[in-house]
Write a new protein. Structure first.
Ligand code: AMP
Ligand code: GLY
Length: 422
C-alpha cells in the first residue's frame, strides 16, 4: 500500500514513522513535511489547504490511501476532493469536519445526541457576552467559534480579560467551567462504527503547574494509571457512538478520528471539545504504544470496515512525549535557530525525536521553523521510566531560547491525580 500523509507537524512525523514500520506499506509520502519527516517519508511540496492540489498529488503518486493530519485541510474539503478521484482517504468530509471547525456546531450536535458537555451560550454581541459571563461567573471560559490552533480559548478569573477576548472573537461560545482532570480520547470512526485508541493526557498550558496561556499542547503521556475502570467503554457509549449516529442521521457521516477532549468532573465526564483529527502531541504517545500495524487500521476507517478489524493490540509499559518549543511560543515564535544534539538524543534507549517545526538550512543544518519545534518521545516499562528517558533526551538537545515543561506525567507518577465521582 502506498500512503500519502498531508501535514508538517510532529503528529505527521509520528504517523509517517509508524507507517514506515508497517510491512503492508510499500511507500510513505508526506506533503509538505519537514526536515525530520524526510527521514521516514519522501517529501512532496503542496499547499495543504488547496484541495485540488492535494488530490492531484495523490493521483500522481498513485496513492492507495491519503491520511490528512491537520484540521485546516479537512475543513477546506481535502478529503472530499481526494475521494472524488476514487482514492481512499482517512479523514472526515469538509461538512463533517465542522465538528471541529465550529464550536457552536459541535455544541448543537452534542445537544441533539444528548452528549454530556458544559452548558454554554453562543454570543454575537458584547451585551450577549456580558450576560453569559455574568450568568456563569468565574472562572470564565471564552471560546472563539472558529479554528484557532488551540489558542482561541481563554480561561480566566479576570472579567476584563474575558470580556476583551470575547470582543476580539466576534462569534463566541461562553460556557461553564469544568473542573477535574482532562483526558484526550481518539476514536476511529467509519461513518457508522467506532473504535477507541488508548486514552492519553495532554498539557495545554505553556508553563509548569499549568501556568501561563494555552498552547497547542506541551507534552503527553499514556496510559492513564488514574483513569476510572471502564472509562473508554463509557465514553464510546455516551459520547462517540451517539455523535456518529447523529452525524449519520443528518446525512453527513463522520469518518476519520473523532478526538474527544474531556474533563472528568465530579458529575461525570463532560466533553470540552471535539476535534476532527489526531491530537498533537497525544498522537506521538498513542502511536508509540500501538502494536497493531497502523496502515490497515486507518484504511479500515477510510473504507467503512472498522467492524471487521481484530481488537487492537497495545504495548506493555508507557510512553511520554515532551515538546521543545521556540522562544516566545505560544506568541509569535522566533524561528531560524540551529538545533544541536539530535543524534545524541536519539541514542537514549527507547527514545526518538519527532520534528514539529524544522527545516534544513543551506549547510544542511536543522533549523527551527515553527512554535512547537520538537516532540521528544520515549517508551519505557513504566511511566516513570519513559519520563526519565524523555527528559534525558531533552537535556541533550540545544535550541537557543527554547523552553519546555519539566512536569510532564509528574503528577500521574506521584499519584496526585484523582477523579472524584459524585
Ligand atoms: P479547547 O480548545 O476547547 O480544547 O480548550 C483548550 C483548553 O482550555 C482545554 O484543554 C481546557 O484546558 C481549557 N478549557 C476549555 N473549556 C473549558 C471548560 N469549560 N472548563 C475548564 N477548562 C476549559
Ligand atoms: N493537543 C491538543 C490538540 O491537538 O488540539
Amino acid at each position: 500500500m502506498k500512503v500519502l500523509v498531508i501535514g508538517s507537524g510532529a503528529r505527521e512525523h509520528a504517523l509517517c514513522r509508524s507507517l514506515s514500520l508497517d510491512s503492508a506499506v510499500s511507500a510513505v509520502y508526506c506533503a509538505p513535511g519537514n526536515a525530520g519527516i524526510a527521514q521516514v517519508a519522501e517529501l512532496r511540496p503542496v499547499d495543504a489547504l488547496n484541495a485540488g492540489a492535494v488530490a492531484d498529488l495523490a493521483q500522481q503518486l498513485d496513492a492507495d490511501l491519503v491520511v490528512v493530519g491537520p484540521e485546516g485541510p479537512l475543513v477546506a474539503g481535502v478529503a472530499d476532493a481526494v475521494r472524488a478521484r476514487g482514492i481512499d482517504c482517512f479523514g472526515p468530509s469538509g461538512t463533517a469536519a465542522r465538528l471541529e471547525g465550529s464550536k457552536a456546531f459541535a455544541k448543537e450536535v452534542m445537544a441533539a445526541a444528548a452528549v454530556p458537555t458544559a452548558r454554554s451560550y453562543l454570543c454575537t454581541t458584547p451585551e450577549g457576552a456580558d450576560h453569559a459571563l455574568d450568568a456563569f461567573g468565574p472562572p470564565y471560559v471564552v471560546k472563539d467559534d472558529g479554528l484557532a490552533a488551540g489558542k482561541g480559548v481563554v480561561v480566566t478569573d479576570d472579567l476584563d480579560a474575558a470580556r476583551e477576548h470575547a470582543a476580539s472573537c466576534g462569534r463566541v461560545v461562553i460556557e461553564e467551567f469544568l473542573d477535574g482532570p482532562e483526558v484526550s480520547l481518539f476514536v476511529l470512526c467509519d461513518g457508522e462504527s467506532v473504535l477507541a485508541l488508548q486514552p492519553a493526557q495532554d498539557f495545554k498550558r505553556v508553563g509548569d503547574d499549568d501556568a501561563g496561556p494555552n498552547t497547542g499542547g506541551m507534552g503527553a503521556y499514556t496510559p492513564l494509571p488514574w483513569a476510572p475502570e471502564g472509562l473508554t467503554e463509557e465514553l464510546l457509549r455516551t459520547v462517540a457512538q451517539p455523535t456518529v449516529d447523529e452525524m449519520r442521521r443528518r446525512g453527513t457521516p463522520f469518518s476519520g478520528v473523532l478526538y474527544i477532549g474531556l474533563a472528568l468532573t465530579s458529575r461525570g465526564p463532560r466533553v470540552i471539545e471535539f476535534n476532527c483529527r489526531f491530537g498533537d502531541p497525544e498522537t506521538q504517545v498513542v502511536l508509540a504504544s500501538l502494536a497493531t500495524p497502523l496502515a490497515g487500521v486507518l484504511h479500515a476507517s477510510a473504507t467503512g470496515r472498522l467492524a471487521e478489524l481484530e481488537p487492537l493490540r497495545w504495548r506493555e509499559g508507557a510512553a511520554v512525549t515532551v515538546v521543545v518549543a521556540a522562544e516566545n511560543y505560544p506568541g509569535t515564535p522566533r524561528t531560524g535557530d540551529p538545533i544541536e544534539g539530535l543524534a545524541e538524543a536519539a541514542k537514549v534507549p527507547g527514545t526518538y525525536v519527532l520534528h514539529g517545526g524544522t527545516r534544513r538550512g543551506e549547510d544542511d543544518h536543522v533549523l527551527s521553523s515553527g512554535g512547537r519545534v520538537l516532540s521528544v518521545t520515549a517508551t519505557g516499562d513504566t511511566l516513570e521510566h519513559a519520563r526519565e528517558r524523555a527528559y534525558e533526551a531533552v537535556g541533550l538537545i540545544t535550541l537557543p531560547g527554547s523552553h519546555h515543561r519539566t512536569d510532564i506525567a509528574a503528577k500521574a507518577i506521584k499519584g496526585e491525580i484523582t477523579v472524584t465521582t459524585g
